[in-house]
Design a protein around this ligand. Structure first.
Ligand SMILES: [Zn+2]
Length: 589
């Protein structure tokens, strides 16, 4: 298929001009019969079938083994599951692919128990990294013997010629080496910026630790990622998704630069992920894409652009989520708004006319109400049956707004792992009453809506075991707290699986192509060693993805570029990732 993926506008060229050459990202060759395991199709027409047949990258037949053998052409191969479990390819409806990839190219300093260990790991990483700057994340001096902030000398001695910037675990401080401070032109004469602090020694020299707004003194010196860095990051992130059985994603807030990189990677037939790209809230980008119209099915169904992502408020942890009443632990603060209701209504209305979906990030109950009000007004202006307006996170809801999702047909795109990351402080922010409308999956499902699950990676780990486990147990990976946090809001296993497959596919406007093992859809599926619908909840974290398949192709053989990448298990939410990009304004959360 030849198709332009990113479009131009009157003001100039806005997107990559690459054309999708006849991309061959699906399996061809003999039919494949998959059998001898537990097959969960997530298609009510096919309950635990014995087998399915893959032909030319799509599911061609689902049913009994005997009928599958009759259906398959001569020369068909067989994949014997050896009693493993098959699920449809898992879908993460909200994650940031490029940010994930950049995070994978940072040195992981989480859980290290001494400064010497931090230096050793950073030096080892620097030896393998082709990038000029060495970026890291996760050091925590509270885990070290003397619990004191580090000073740069030892790090500078170990890496005298490469600039290094290492974020503390909470993202509120960083450690820079001498080379980084030199490039940033920070000296003992540099004053502390408003809202920030340069830690200094007795003679006033910076020790290398920069707190809060002082961090920018260093990060502003980090050059924007090169095209090659962006390309490598994209490939690494795709590999990270694939190894966890993620075969499709929703990718909110994609900039022009990022879109260009995706085009290049897809052009090399390396985009082994189906991406529902949601363009960023940029006036030129929006105008160009709305004028062009939706792009669907490019690169053999790997990239589509038919959605726009906006923001209404901030996040709960930093008290930026917009609340109707003040924070329970910060009287007088009701959070902040990042855009107006009028702007959301304007974009959503134009999106309806252009055949685009609108997705709005809303965390607080005020933010969610504003988004719902804006959507309601847009729908009154342009009545549309199948709009699939989305609210990203829908994290804290006023009880009276919960039924409005179903009434308006708005889809909540929620991340079940946010609940386990936030549960230790959410009640303090919200108080005992309001917290009952937070992470309220059951309350929403009971109104008849479907929930599209995801991770917001790299904010949370890609790991879908965590996503499923949190959804059914309201517990973290250590199965804490006993019985779960507000366990009456949990999903059933069936709902959790749908939230990661068919419901996510629908929120991504891809349910005709993926989301279930159904004849005609792309043969995206994952093989697990245990059956998620049967194992006890506390065993879910111990299950394994044995293999993943996209368009019938096995994704087991990692791209060498991916295999060389640092792979993380899980990460804390409270860190500032991707200094590189955030600092350059190239990405949107
Ligand atoms: Zn996000």
């Amino acid at each position: 298929m030849r198709r332009r993926t990113f479009v131009t506008c009157a003001a100039g060229f806005l997107g990559a001009n690459a054309l999708a050459r006849g991309a061959t990202l699906s399996a061809s060759g003999p039919d494949l019969i998959v059998t001898n395991g537990t097959i969960h199709t997530v298609d009510p027409r096919f309950v635990n079938p014995e087998a399915f047949v893959v032909r030319n990258g799509r599911f061609a037949f689902v049913g009994s083994l005997r009928a599958a053998k009759t259906y398959a052409k001569r020369g068909a191969k067989t994949l014997d599951l050896a009693h493993a479990t098959v699920l449809p390819g898992l879908i993460d409806s909200h994650m940031h692919l490029l940010r994930l990839g950049l995070a994978l190219h940072e040195v992981d300093l989480f859980h290290l128990t001494s400064y010497a260990e931090v230096i050793r790991k950073t030096v080892a990483f620097a030896q393998t990294s082709p990038d000029a700057w060495i970026i890291g994340d996760g050091w925590d001096q509270d885990l070290w013997p003397n619990q004191a902030f580090p000073t740069h000398e030892a790090l500078s001695a170990a890496l005298p010629n490469r600039p290094v910037s290492l974020n503390r675990v909470d993202g509120h401080a960083l450690l820079a080496n001498a080379k980084a401070m030199e490039l940033a032109q920070v000296t003992q004469n540099t004053p502390d910026p408003a809202g920030g602090r340069i830690i200094r020694d007795a003679s006033g020299n910076p020790t290398g630790v920069f707190v809060d707004n002082a961090r920018a003194l260093i990060t502003q010196a980090i050059p924007p990622p090169t095209d090659d860095q962006i390309r490598r990051a994209t490939i690494a992130a795709i590999g990270e998704c694939n190894r966890w059985g993620i075969t499709a994603i929703g990718d909110p807030g994609v900039s022009y630069q990022t879109a260009q990189a995706y085009d290049k990677v897809a052009d090399q037939n390396k985009f082994t992920l189906r991406n529902h790209v949601m363009i960023a809230d940029n006036a030129d980008l929006i105008a160009a894409h709305f004028a062009h119209g939706p792009i669907v099915g490019a690169y053999d169904g790997r990239i589509q652009i038919r959605a726009v992502k906006l923001y209404v408020d901030g996040a709960l942890g930093s008290r930026g989520a917009a609340l109707l009443e003040p924070y329970s632990d910060d009287p007088g603060n009701t959070g902040l708004l990042r855009t107006t209701q009028a702007h959301i209504e304007d974009v959503a209305t134009r999106a309806l006319r252009a055949g685009f979906q609108t997705a709005v990030h809303a965390i607080g109950d005020r933010g969610n109400r504003i988004a719902l009000d804006a959507y309601q007004a847009a729908l009154a202006a342009v009545p549309t049956r199948d709009h699939r307006f989305r609210i990203e996170h829908a994290q804290v809801l006023s009880p009276q707004d919960i039924p409005r999702f179903a009434q308006l047909g708005v889809l909540p795109a929620m991340q079940t792992t946010h609940q386990i990351s936030d549960m230790d402080w959410a009640a303090a922010r919200l108080g005992p009453q309001r917290v009952r409308g937070a992470y309220a999956w059951r309350s929403l499902l009971d109104t008849g809506v479907t929930i599209a699950n995801g991770t917001d990676a790299p904010v949370e780990a890609v790991n879908p075991l965590r996503t499923f486990h949190a959804a059914i147990s309201r517990q973290n990976e250590e199965n804490r707290p006993p019985g779960g946090w507000y366990p009456n809001q949990a999903m059933t296993r069936d709902e959790a699986l749908k939230s990661m497959t068919i419901w996510a596919a629908r929120a991504n406007f891809m349910e005709r192509e993926i989301g279930s093992i159904s004849p005609g859809k792309y043969a995206d599926f994952v093989v697990m060693d245990r059956d998620w619908l049967k194992v006890p909840a506390e065993v879910v974290m111990g299950t394994h993805v044995l293999s993943a398949h996209s368009g019938g192709m096995s994704l087991e053989r990692a791209d060498p570029e991916v295999a060389a990448t640092t792979l993380r298990g899980q990460r804390s939410r409270n860190y500032a990732c991707c200094t590189l990009m955030a600092n350059q304004g190239l990405i949107e959360e």
